[in-house]
Design a protein around this ligand. Structure first.
Ligand SMILES: N[C@@H](CCC(=O)N[C@@H](CS)C(=O)NCC(=O)O)C(=O)O
Length: 202
């Protein structure tokens, strides 16, 4: 399987899941500004939306959407615990977090990265993130990871997105449980492996 990625972007989430699950990936870096691949090919031919992640599973069009790609990879190795089985209420708890991370966190960070975003929009995004971080902090108060003591696909996605707080100058010190989560997730061998392979390990 080929993962189209950019170092540190949301494509890090499926990369972490693959490392945690022991699923082998071929990594293909995408120049998101030029929308090209290392061989000069047009990335729009891979993903017409032009964004990462995209996963070539060798069967039809690439899979896209970080919250779905992580589930596909986690399900390659059910014993990893990254995604509980269909029908288990625990699976829908993880999916609830995946949807929350995608729509409430990821998409609130996005305007902060975009050149030309009006200051007013950035201020609104920061205010919303502050509220949502409070929610995540409260959820993590009595547990290591989002749904308990088991690291799941949702944790991989949350870790990926919350890493953006530092470059966006969002201070996490008021969210101690989030800081503990980042330290615990960041110390996992699978997470270290993905960061190292993307050339962004601290
Ligand atoms: N809806 C997509 C959005 C993915 C996304 O925002 N990707 C960013 C990197 S984190 C990207 O590739 N941006 C470049 C672009 O949209 O041109 C998902 O949930 O996976």
């Amino acid at each position: 399987m080929k993962l189209f990625y950019k170092p540190g972007a949301c494509s890090l989430a499926p990369h972490i899941v693959a490392c945690e699950a022991g699923v082998a990936l071929d990594l293909v870096s995408v120049d998101l500004a030029a929308k090209t691949l290392p061989d000069g090919e047009d990335y729009f031919a891979v993903n017409p939306n032009g964004y990462v992640p995209a996963l070539d599973i060798g069967d039809g069009p690439v899979l896209t959407e970080a919250s779905v790609v992580v589930q596909y990879l986690a399900d390659r190795n059910p014993s990893s615990g990254l995604m509980p089985p269909a029908g288990d209420p625990a699976r829908y708890r993880v999916q609830q977090w995946l949807a929350f991370i995608s729509t409430e966190l990821h998409k609130s960070f996005s305007p902060l990265f975009k050149p030309g975003t009006p200051e007013e929009t950035k201020t609104a995004s920061r205010a919303l993130l502050d509220k949502r971080l409070g929610f995540v902090d409260a959820a993590l108060a009595d547990r290591t990871y989002l749904t308990g003591e088991t690291f799941t696909a949702a944790d991989a996605y949350a870790f990926t997105v919350l890493r953006w707080a530092a470059p966006m100058k969002i201070d996490l010190s008021g969210f101690p449980a989030v800081m503990r989560f980042m330290a615990a997730a960041g110390a996992r061998p699978g997470v270290r492996q993905a960061l190292t392979e993307e050339g962004i390990a601290a």
